[in-house]
Design a protein around this ligand. Sequence first.
Ligand code: F6P
Length: 323
Amino acid sequence: MKKIGVFTSGGDAPGMNACIRAVVRSALKRGLEVAGIYRGYQGLIEGDIKNMDSHSVSSIINTGGTILRSARSKDFMTPEGRKLAYQNLKGAGIDGIVAIGGDGTFTGADIFMKEFPDIKIVGCPGTIDNDLAGTDHTIGFDTAINTAMDAIDKIKDTANAHDRLFFVEVMGRDAGYIAMAAGIATGAEAVLVPEHKTNLDDLVKVLQNAHDRKKNSSIVVVAEGDEAGGAYQIADYVKSKLDIFEIKVSILGHIQRGGSPTCLERVRASRMGVAATDALLEGRSGVMIGIINNEIAYTPFEKAIKKAGDISPKYLDLIKDLN
Ligand code: F6P
């Protein structure tokens, strides 16, 4: 292997820049050439590829977003798009890729490497959602939960001041990891996640009970993918059953995707980026780098994208014990 490419794809996540930096610097130190591919698979199809040196990744370890930018490419889902991507890689002399992204990124990578096995692809898990198997934490998750925690702490201040009940909706697509972590960390009265069926009448009882215990305010954290609906819908239902609180809704949204990565994020992203370079040099392909029990782990793409429904009911019990 002489030259590798690196790209970020799908929703950006804090820590992606730390990972890019680690891939670029480790590859250069091992005598490889490195190119940055801009806007993920779309940039690959359009040939938006530029060589990188050590200086290209200076002063980015502390920044959110991604210097390589990101996209969700529809063209890459077509055989014609993938063929163009292959031709551009060949043209640039790239024989190995580090793809930093989430399940969509690895689904695409899995198809591509089966069609063009002479290009080796290794992945690093970059998504705030933490919804990939093969790693304890994805790059971006720690920063996102700290951002959500910080925002909910602030909401709690104002909720307390006005005796209000807040429904706070957090991101996570179909997964409730952000909701659960932020809910536990902020002492929420309830956390609604897609992994467990939500009973809205039970929720009403929990909130009534909190009010009876003279709580000044209550917080319900709602994962955006909860099957009972979004925060507005759930708040409307609760409003129709309870008129003891003034009810407000706050959707945290994309604030959770930005910001300077936490220390843990930077460390994990750096370890994974170096491990990705080494994996390519060892001849690995079709695997996502992860960290499990503090050790680097390799998981085939098709297994990495199949994480679902594994928030333990113990966490729901924890919320009940502590609310
Ligand atoms: O996958 C990351 C994520 O932020 C999800 O939590 C969310 O559902 C989605 O991306 C939002 O995507 P977009 O930025 O395209 O609206």
